[in-house]
Design a protein around this ligand. Sequence first.
Ligand code: PMV
Length: 334
Amino acid sequence: MRETKPEAKATAVACANIAFIKYWGRVDSALNIPANGSVSMNLDSLTTTTTVLLDEALPGDALVINDVPTEGRALERVSRHLDAIRDVAGKRWRARVVSRNSFPMGAGMASSAAAYAALTVAAAGAFGLSLDTAQLSALARLGSGSACRSIPAGFVEWQQGHDHASSVAYSIAPPEHWALCDCIAVVAAGEKAVSSLQGHTMAHTSPLYPLRVRTTGPRVRDCREAILARDMVRLGEVTEVDNFMLHAIAMTSEPPIYYWSDETRRVLDAVLTWREQGLPVYLTLDAGPNVHCLCEQAHAEQVTQRLKALPGVLDVLVARPGAGAHLIDEHLIE
Ligand code: PMV
């Protein structure tokens, strides 16, 4: 570890990610150890850039997101995460954190994965910690489970593991392995009604939950093999099954969580119809109403144009496999 001066600063960029096999439910809610492994792809056009400036004189941590000074629960959560990194560094210095998203504000795409991956790498950099990808992934997981998958590059698997050190993500294949596209139909702006944190906590109240947990291992393997073989049909099929299982669990939790809107349904119907007509496009949803439409580069333009023409689609964001979280030299704080 190099000697760190208080006032050191570092800036990191991290991508959001879309899970093909999803994380839903935990065996350890303090450490965010998931009930099952998961597989995702980093999204190159959906990034968060974060600068962490250590400042001994600060009375507490300070947070600015997209130019807006932010307090309350968001700041508390960031401070808790910084505490975990301060523990590793063995230093108590407070931090100014300034963060900016590349994707449009209010598009309902707020991504805790990109945010906590960027914060982890920037804070570790500011404290002068030299951590490897697995150690950074484990730390990012503490901030938001799925953030551990935004640390490695490209196509990523999060191994369930059994403790802090072993529940980490690694890269299955680099971004250039496969020109896969995620065309995201944005149908709703703003915050989601039920956070994924609440969803993880309630998952075990669904009678379908044990079945999903039991059957995820083979889907993770199937998904990994489909990615390595660049097999769109196999990847699409396993992704859709896992997606609908997650939403079935959400809908049968107590109380039920229903993430879809009328517009979501309209996009789902359209995508399934296009596929019947021969267009190889598959869908998945996170804990929200926006629809991620997966296809190969050759079909991305057609999928994007068709999505844009659907009533209720506010915007279409197109993302390709993205890099891992990394430090950069341009800072958001002078
Ligand atoms: O990392 P969290 O707590 O925001 O959970 C992410 C949950 C899903 O996006 C629905 C699935 C996933 O694996 O990304």
